[in-house]
Design a protein around this ligand. Structure first.
Ligand code: ADP
Length: 704
């Protein structure tokens, strides 16, 4: 075996010495390399160190390490090198493919996983392509050792000596041991690098999320069974806690307003699956009440199940939405005016015909009592029909300040559908409502859900009516309403078989003022307002993808344990009393006909009646001859009803007052006055049964 950098005459004894020195050096290489492996902190410094040791200790001309690239050309990339002949690497292309660049010792050793030795570069057939370069760079023998094997084929470690036969079997074994150690070292360092990187990524991501949570303008809370266990800095601001006051450890319910408590208690006891978004009324520690949108999901916090809440103060948004809602109502009111004229003219026409016909026959003495009763029955029925229509319109003309109530959602949907049914018929559109199989108690405002359903049905109506011309001849417009009920959620599906919503606009339809309808026919507010209304009930309105037509889904949280007795329902009409006693009633109405009709009815029941046509006149009359009950209209030309009610109340806090109005919004200003059991509001047109019942109650001596 040859000894690099050492040329001595070939003598047997000297050769033995040389061999021993060679082995010594190989052992030293192994020992120093092992030490380098143990000390190594990064892969590339280790590779450089191994190459340097080979050159410095043994005096090889060149030591280099190449990595086998998995790229299509299978190139071997030099990663580290040392020695006087380093420039050799600039002149060669080596691959580990089975091609002209891969047929040398490096390519062979990587492919086979075995060492490849060229004992003499001058005579080796394998080495012929690189012989010229070997001469130039002064090597006569070389060995290539594979690093890694099988799936972990890393590359090869190459030594070049300036003498032929420089790699005897002992040296080869030692160098193979080195290559094996190197492979382990590289794997260990890569593992460590990966681990370090993962730890760094984790720390970075933790830092990122920590700053996101700390910088977030929304309150972010984590609670375990209702006790706050984490609160971000914004929480202190949102909940009006000073910087030194911690929310951690407080019961979450302390911050929930009475109106939302039942809902919050049930959500804490039974958290809904997935991500839940709801609207709640919350209270700050300093007593401010605000509307909040809460997004909640389940997480594991410090090893225990918990709920993560993101709380956003939406007071301002709610105000804007309220304004938007008001605009939408007015806009819809305008749109509905034309339909309204038609709707109201029908019953009014019948009423007029019945009344004028009856008058004529009575004058001629030809009206039998039975026939007269029939005509009055007709008038009463048609008045009821007109009253229903007016009821629908009222939804749009007043701001809803009524408190939240628990009511049956599907019952409300059905009654809204019933109202709209009348408008669908002339266009040959059918409306099918699948009745709910169980009660559907939800919390919110009945009129608002009615408005949403009316909006959706109106949209379906328009789509079906306008899309008719593009449909086959035998096509019939259909709208279907169905309910799906989960344990705590209700889904109301409203679908039609119209042209549907093009994919290109689906993402825009909930934007305020987005409409595809012609000017004057669409405001683009219906869906955006409906969306807010449903969100204010803790629910969600969305348009579902469907094969044909359009489908809207209203998802609402159901109120747990709300039996029919807890749900508010429309008060039923009371039967008419047959007598009321001889109490004195002051009727105030600027419409003489209405006042007379009412007076006539009440006199027939035994009451003494005074009539005033305005607030001022009523007050004068009352001062002269105080009444037991005052029935008054609110809007009158001289001295309006509101002032009269306030004066009467001041004069006698126990005087029974019945306000009869066609405009419920007008009673808002009187809210304080009206909050006692000696005052009642009845809407026009009056149901005489309800009025009679009230008068009977008010005329009863106290305590009965
Ligand atoms: P508007 O009805 O005033 O246009 P909306 O907000 O109610 O405003 O609706 C926005 C748009 O959504 C409509 O202009 C229409 O393009 C589309 N749209 C809503 N409902 C339907 C439906 N059932 N079928 C087809 N398109 C619909």
């Amino acid at each position: 075996m040859a000894r690099p950098n050492h040329r001595s005459p070939r003598m047997t004894g000297a050769k033995a010495d040389d061999d021993a020195r060679m082995v010594d050096r190989a052992v030293t290489v192994l020992a120093r390399s092992t030490e380098a492996l143990v000390r190594a902190t990064d892969e590339f410094t280790l590779l450089e160190e191994i190459c340097r040791i080979g050159v410095e200790v043994v005096g090889y001309r060149l030591v280099w390490i190449g990595y086998a690239r998995p790229t299509p050309g299978k190139l071997v990339m030099p990663m580290a090198s040392a020695g006087a002949a380093r420039a050799y690497l600039d002149h060669i292309t080596i691959s580990w493919a089975d091609d002209e660049f891969g047929c040398g010792p490096t390519g062979i050793s990587i492919r086979t996983g075995e060492p490849c030795i060229i004992t003499d570069t001058e005579t080796s057939e394998v080495y012929r392509p690189w012989r010229e370069a070997a001469r130039r760079f002064g090597f006569r023998s070389t060995i290539s050792l594979p690093i890694g094997d099988g799936d972990e084929r890393i590359g090869a470690l190459m030594f070049y000596a300036d003498q032929p036969n420089a790699f005897d079997p002992v040296t080869v074994r030692l160098l193979m041991g080195l290559a094996r150690n190197l492979a382990h070292g590289i794997s260990a360092l890569r593992m460590k690098a990966l681990h370090d990187q993962t730890a760094r990524d984790l720390a970075e991501s933790e830092e990122r999320y920590r700053s996101l949570i700390e910088m977030a303008p929304d309150a972010i809370l984590v609670h375990c069974h209702g006790t706050i266990v984490f609160a971000n800095p914004a929480s202190s601001e949102v909940f009006g806690a000073g910087p030194d006051v911690s929310l951690v450890g407080r019961p979450l319910l302390d911050m929930v307003h009475e109106d939302s408590k039942t809902m919050a208690v049930s959500r804490i006891a039974e958290p809904p699956p997935g991500t839940y978004v709801g609207q709640y009324k919350l209270t700050t520690l300093d007593g401010r009440v605000f509307e909040a949108e809460i997004t909640a999901c389940s997480i594991t916090f410090r090893g225990v199940p918990a709920r993560l809440l993101t709380i956003r103060d939406i007071t301002e948004r709610a105000q804007v939405q309220e304004q938007l809602l008001q605009n939408a109502k007015l806009a819809t009111l305008g749109e509905m005016a034309a339909g309204l004229v038609h709707e109201l003219s029908q019953p009014l026409n019948i009423i007029r015909l019945a009344a004028e016909g009856a008058l004529m026959l009575i004058e001629r003495g030809k009206a039998t009592p039975e026939w007269q009763a029939q005509q009055f029955q007709l008038v009463a029925e048609q008045s009821e029909r007109a009253a229903e229509i007016i009821d629908d319109i009222r939804i749009f003309s007043r701001r809803d300040t009524t408190p939240l109530q628990v009511f049956d959602a599907m019952q409300t949907v059905e009654s809204a559908a019933e109202v709209l049914c009348r408008q669908l018929k002339p266009d040959g559109i059918s409306l099918e409502v699948a009745a709910a199989t169980a009660p559907t108690p939800v919390r919110g405002r009945r009129v608002q859900l009615e408005q949403v359903v009316m909006n959706l049905l109106n949209n379906a109506h328009h789509a079906l009516r306008d899309g008719k011309n593009h449909m086959p001849r035998d096509w019939r417009g259909q709208i279907r309403i169905a309910a799906e009920q989960d344990f705590d959620r209700l889904r109301i599906l409203i679908s039609d078989n119209g042209p549907g919503i093009p994919e290109t606009i689906r993402h825009r339809i909930f934007e305020p003022f987005f409409t595809t309808k012609d000017a004057g026919r669409g405001t683009g507010l219906g869906l955006s307002v409906s969306y807010s209304l449903i969100a204010s009930m803790g629910g969600r309105l969305q348009s579902l993808e469907c094969a044909s037509g359009a489908t809207f889904a209203i998802d609402l949280p159901l109120v747990a344990n709300a039996g029919p007795s807890q749900m508010t329902s429309m008060p039923p009409c009371a039967p008419m009393p047959s007598a009321l006693g001889n109490g004195h009633i002051l009727v105030v109405d600027d419409e003489a006909a209405a006042a007379d009709a009412l007076a006539h009815y009440l006199r027939a029941l035994g009451c003494r009646i005074s009539i005033a046509a305005a607030g001022d006149q009523a007050w004068e009359l009352f001062c002269k001859d105080p009444a037991d009950i005052v029935i008054t209209d609110l809007r009158m030309p001289a001295g309006n009803g509101e002032e009269l009610v306030e004066k009467l109340r001041e004069f006698d806090p126990l005087l029974p007052i019945i306000i009869v109005t066609g405009h419920l919004g007008a009673t808002e200003r009187l809210t304080d006055t009206l909050q006692d059991d000696r005052c009642a509001v009845l809407k026009k047109p009056l149901a005489l049964g309800n009025l009679g019942e009230l008068i009977a109650r008010f005329l009863q001596p106290p305590g009965e």
